[in-house]
Ligand binder design. Sequence first.
Ligand code: F6R
Length: 365
Amino acid sequence: ELGEFEHYMLKEIFEQPQSLENAMRGRLSLDNATAVFGGLNLSPQELRSVDRILLTACGTSWHAAMVGEYMIEEMARIPVEVEYASELRYRNPPVPQRTLVFGITQSGETADTLAALREMKRKGHPTLAICNVVGSSIAQEADGGIYLHAGPEVGVASTKAFTSQLAIMAMLGLYFGRLNHLSFDQGYRMIQALQALPDAVRQALNTREQAKKVAEKYQAVNNFLYLGRYFNFPVALEGALKLKEISYIHAEGYPAAELKHGPIALVDENTPSVFIMPQGVVYDKVMSNLQEIKARGGPVIAIANEDDHEIEKYADDVIRIPKVEEFLQPIVSVIPLQFIAYHIALLRGCDVDKPRNLAKSVTVE
Ligand code: F6R
């Protein structure tokens, strides 16, 4: 089953152009410039009257929800709330009427996500699952949902499920946007951007060699920082989680500008910072955050666009990713972070596919 690959994680990283195509297949309509979902089980009237969305999940799926919040709010102008399922199930927050609840889960078996969805369903909210495993508990409990169609994810560290979840989030933004204010022209251009995505990810897979060099250089450190802003802030969280779970190196993700409110105290010559900074509205701001780290002697690794010639003046290492529309950057910028975690874990002799203390699905509280 592994074929040419040494580990499932590596195989699944390389499957991403294909798994993204599968997530989008049959779900993009150029005729109506919108997304199409077969299994929501809600009428167009019910969907049109949604005025709030609640996304709940754990771990990497929660990071996908964070990106989803940014995407859906930007594209559809619907307020989105993101809650850890483990908090939502006991916290009893006020959830207004006409709130649509999504549980995001690769396995469809995560105990907290299941319990949170049940609680929302009990309160009378429509609940939908965004899920990979067909027929899983959460898929069955929800009123409807959207499958990722990513194929089995065996490596404990989630990779292809994450990028597929992000593609679904973008399509939901498009869908709800088109039910509301988004024009045909805007919808059409978003579809074109989505359709170009698998090729961009295919190109991003070429970052493996650069990521491996970074891994060799920093394999022995004890701490890492991951920094990004706007759409790439949740990617920073995800990059840090990937590294923690498979290499056991302590890593933290932050919105880059939060640095000066505490974490910058951690910076020294043995604490590398990974800046996720493709070009976009916050680029200059992130660049100045990067320079603050450099000024304090911290090594800097930048994930930047191919044609960014400014960055090499400041970063110690640059990993180049292709340019895509800003809202789709996370799907491309996470790829080198997956490779960095993979190669560092490998160099440290860790069991990449089965990290200690972790299980693929967390079926207990
Ligand atoms: C991280 C990871 C976990 C899961 C989390 C939720 O790589 O795999 O953080 O994302 O346990 O799992 P699902 O998505 O199956 O509900």
